[in-house]
Design a protein around this ligand. Structure first.
Ligand SMILES: Cc1cc2nc3c(=O)[nH]c(=O)nc-3n(C[C@H](O)[C@H](O)[C@H](O)COP(=O)(O)OP(=O)(O)OC[C@H]3O[C@@H](n4cnc5c(N)ncnc54)[C@H](O)[C@@H]3O)c2cc1C
Length: 453
């Protein structure tokens, strides 16, 4: 059976070398960073596709989906495989559709919209954009590897979100072409509000093949770190920068001690026992920011220019979900949550969590703008893992005190925090993938349509 599938796929794509069955390669391209979660680790470890197809054009994607549909074979799209909750791990085998070779940047329009293929790496887009006076509005800390298509289908925001919000906000994603898994697959253009039907749906309701992604005018950035005696001091200072409209910033992060102690490659910027604020600020404001940090009781431990993704040290490598990676390197018993604290009573919420969990939870704040333009203390707290039950109890407690949680320990969209209440991702799946062949099992509210005789 597999031999016949491979044979036919080899005739569909222009080069049979792009149909891969070598077990080690299929296994590698069937996984992402799901092992981040101690809950998902045992659930997803043995899951694997049967064959990898590396498409190089929308026509090939269309042909692969047509073939898969006719033969009822599941298809799981893959960008760079940096997702952190098994989004691209195939639960029912089938074809892993690797889009990393579709990596062309067609153009950056005069008004700053990048037109590109899905496999384009975000770091390449940032570098090319900067040459033309533009930069990414926001990017995940996996900038170096992650693809534009994977970011749109699996990510939510990151460095830049303090200024430009998340991926779903402020028309950052202008449009894309998506290949459907209908009986006769089509390429459909989604523009404006229609992007939300497919955005962050983990490739369950279509495969992105061409993307219009809005950039921002490039700013000359600098990176700065300041150590503070107490977490509250670091938090309040960073919050003032994040919320203050006078500051042009790209990143506003706070770590309570001992999180900074995990950052071994940059230990020179860390002070024993102290909280650390990490800020990306326009270079022309660095001196003013230094003075403000010192006035707030901080010690500047580093300041240097950001010259692009290859900057050394690249301090964003320690922020967003990379912080968790450093914590896990220091102690594999650490895991994490993805939270949003209230801009109104966050300090009260911190106190409630501290009182109940002590140092079982360590605060790591990432300020970000929400869709209404309000800067909120987003957070990726580090959590000491004991049992799944205890983790779920902590999530329930967070929610009971008004802390939003996007649960990163589940492998389906609905509890992951970005599933839309208006169900438009589900409605799009019913329309575009009625047989449930795209990344099956990841949208649990979907039911395969039964065709009556
Ligand atoms: C250390 C670490 C830090 C991270 N930090 C952040 C962060 O700051 N912000 C953030 O948002 N995320 C973060 N992530 C998650 C992830 O790295 C990003 O979301 C990244 O943009 C995913 O891109 P990718 O190319 O690796 O996608 P993949 O992992 O390959 O795919 C992600 C999802 O998109 C689907 N997909 C991929 N390509 C397509 C396509 N063309 N059409 C349809 N569906 C497709 C896949 O099936 C999968 O469901 C982090 C992960 C790790 C491990």
């Amino acid at each position: 059976m597999l031999a016949r599938i491979v044979e036919e796929l080899s005739q569909i794509v222009a080069d049979a070398g792009r149909v891969i069955t070598a077990p080690a390669v299929v296994d590698r391209l069937s996984h992402d960073f799901y092992w981040y979660s101690p809950v998902l680790r045992p659930q997803l470890a043995g899951k694997c596709g049967d064959v990898v197809v590396q498409a190089i054009s929308a026509e090939e994607v269309l042909a692969v989906l047509r073939f898969a549909g006719k033969n009822e074979i599941p298809v799981t799209a893959r960008g760079a495989g940096t997702g952190n909750y098994g989004q691209c791990v195939p639960l029912e085998g089938g074809i892993v559709l690797d889009l990393s070779l579709m990596d062309k940047l067609e153009e950056i329009t005069a008004d700053g919209v990048a037109v590109c293929q899905p496999g384009l790496r975000l770091a390449v887009l940032e570098t090319e954009g900067r040459k033309q006076g533009w930069e990414l509005r926001m990017y995940p800390s996996t900038l170096a590897k992650a693809s534009v298509g994977g970011f749109l289908a699996g990510g939510s925001g990151g460095i830049g979100s303090v200024r430009h919000g998340g991926l779903r906000d402020f028309d950052t994603v202008r449009a894309f072409e998506v290949v459907t898994m209908e009986e006769e697959p089509r390429v459909v253009l989604h523009e404006g509000a229609a992007v939300h039907e497919i955005l962050h749906a983990w490739g369950t309701n279509g495969v992105l093949t061409r993307i219009w992604f809005a950039l921002a005018p490039a700013v000359e950035w600098s990176q700065l770190t300041a150590a503070f005696g107490a977490y509250e001091q670091a938090f309040r200072f960073t919050r003032a920068v994040a919320e203050g409209e006078q500051w042009t910033k790209r990143l506003a992060t706070v770590f309570e001690w001992p999180i900074p102690s995990f950052f071994t490659p940059v230990k020179q910027i860390v002070r024993e026992g102290k909280a650390l604020a990490l800020i990306m600020i326009s270079t022309e404001q660095v001196d003013t920011l230094k003075a403000a940090a010192e006035a707030a009781g901080g010690e500047i431990t580093f300041a240097g220019e950001f010259t692009g993704p290859r900057t050394q040290p690249l301090l964003s490598d320690y922020t967003w979900n990379h912080t968790t990676l450093w914590a896990m390197k220091a102690d594999p018993a650490f895991t994490y949550l993805q939270c949003g604290f209230s801009p109104v009573n966050c300090e009260e919420q911190f106190a409630l969590l501290r009182a109940r969990y002590g140092d079982e939870i360590l605060f790591h704040i990432e300020f970000m703008k929400n869709g209404e333009g309000v800067v909120i203390p987003g957070a990726i707290p580090i959590v000491r893992f004991t049992t799944e039950q205890r983790l779920n109890e902590m999530i329930a407690f967070c929610r009971s005190v008004g802390v939003f949680v996007a649960n990163p320990h589940v492998n389906y969209l609905e509890d992951g925090g970005r599933f839309r209440a208006d169900n438009i991702q589900l409605l799009a799946k019913q329309k575009y993938d009625p047989r449930g062949l795209l990344n099956p099992g990841k949208m649990i509210s979907f039911r395969r349509q039964v065709v009556s005789q």
